[in-house]
Design a protein around this ligand. Sequence first.
Ligand code: GLN
Length: 497
Amino acid sequence: MPKTANKLTNLGVKDIRDGVAGGDFTAREVAEAFNAAVAEAAALNAFIITTPDHALAAADAVDAKRAKGEDLGKMGGVPIGMKDLFATRGVQTTAASHILEGFTPQYESTVSQNLWDAGAGMLGKLNLDQFAMGSSNETSYFGNVNSPWRKEGSNAAMSPGGSSGGSSAAVAARIAPAATGTDTGGSIRQPAAFAGITGIKPTYGRCSRWGVVAFASSLDQAGPMARTVEDCAIMLEAMAGFDPKDATSLKMDVPAWEAGLSADLKDKRIGIPREYRMEGTDEEILKSWEQGKEWLRDAGAEIVDVSLPHTKYALPAYYIVAPAEASSNLARYDGVRYGLRDLPDGAGLQDMYAATRAEGFGDEVKRRILIGTYVLSAGFYDAYYNQAQKVRTLVSRDFAEAFGQCDAILAPTTPTASFPLGSLNDDPLTMYLNDVFAVPASLAGLPAMSVPATVNADGLPLGLQIVGKPFDEQGVLNAGLAIQQRANFTAKPEKWW
Ligand code: GLN
């Protein structure tokens, strides 16, 4: 292991990229340092499989380019974790389900390909909630991820959030400088908040969904998870871009978000949605929200009251729309084409489908399929699915009206800090409520980011959320940067793994 290993694993995306380009260290040294850190951190269960050779090969390619004086790319020499929802050629892709166990795609997702083309390498495939359904990482077939964070004075295992919990845990534990996430109804922002890291879900359509295992196609969106706003801006630039293979991909150039970063919010108005003051929200979270307003005011912004009147209907509508789309998307797992096949003795085709699906899907996935099938069934379609689609339109309209009065919205990311693993298993409703602040922006397809703000009395991180206008990732990143500079969040989980 190189002497600089400890120092190297403390670096983020920008410092690694610049350090490799400047010759301070080689990409191989970086990859070796992170591979070693990953190998030591099995207790976190953040990775379903590790791919140290992929990281090394990508690093060697970058070092070779540097020797020839060639451009190293936006992510040149940065090894990352890849959420195991992205199809990776020749590398098992499971969506953390048993039904896809052993599935090795013949193709690469557009987002992961973009990252490799930008000079990144892969440390491994990160654990997640099964098919990205969950908020705690406990629905994975491969066991829960353990958050690197613990309450002060306690050894209780905590949730890293979900569904991108392997991603949040790996980045917080500094076994990966950054990771990909996907966000359907909060799965980048909520785990980022729980783990004290930064994550942005861009506008729907910015990142191609091609090769990403589908959960709810009208909501699914990929984005970066890293330790700083700058790192997220760099990585998002590498991930995003028009893709003719995704019918909902935005035909727009990728802005130079990194170059456009500015924490000066003069002439910006930040909206505070009054309906987000909800019962059950932790006092400390409300306090950090107040603090966030002060920080943004200090950065030059004017704070204004806005109203998002349909907020309370967003979560129920999400839990109709998302399962409806999931029930349709997951129909393809039938034991014929991918992964698992359960063919009981003497069974026919229908029995094989049923046995494979009974065996291959976890309980939460089955719950979603049942809900989704029900709300789409003849007789209930109008009462549930159509109604939820109408609510979705109203939620979008609320945002459009609010953005007449402000440039971005500030809210908490979650109603509570991380919770102990196992504590919400019998209470799916409270689990679902975790995404109450995240889901409205998902339904409206808006860019939204979580930035670490502070730690609570237990020493656990709390995040603040910025929601922006469509296509205004820059505005979101800039407000996030203003918070980052003032929050000065330096807390780290103490190493126990
Ligand atoms: N926790 C939410 C759910 O279970 C959101 C998940 C996600 O964004 N993938 O559906």
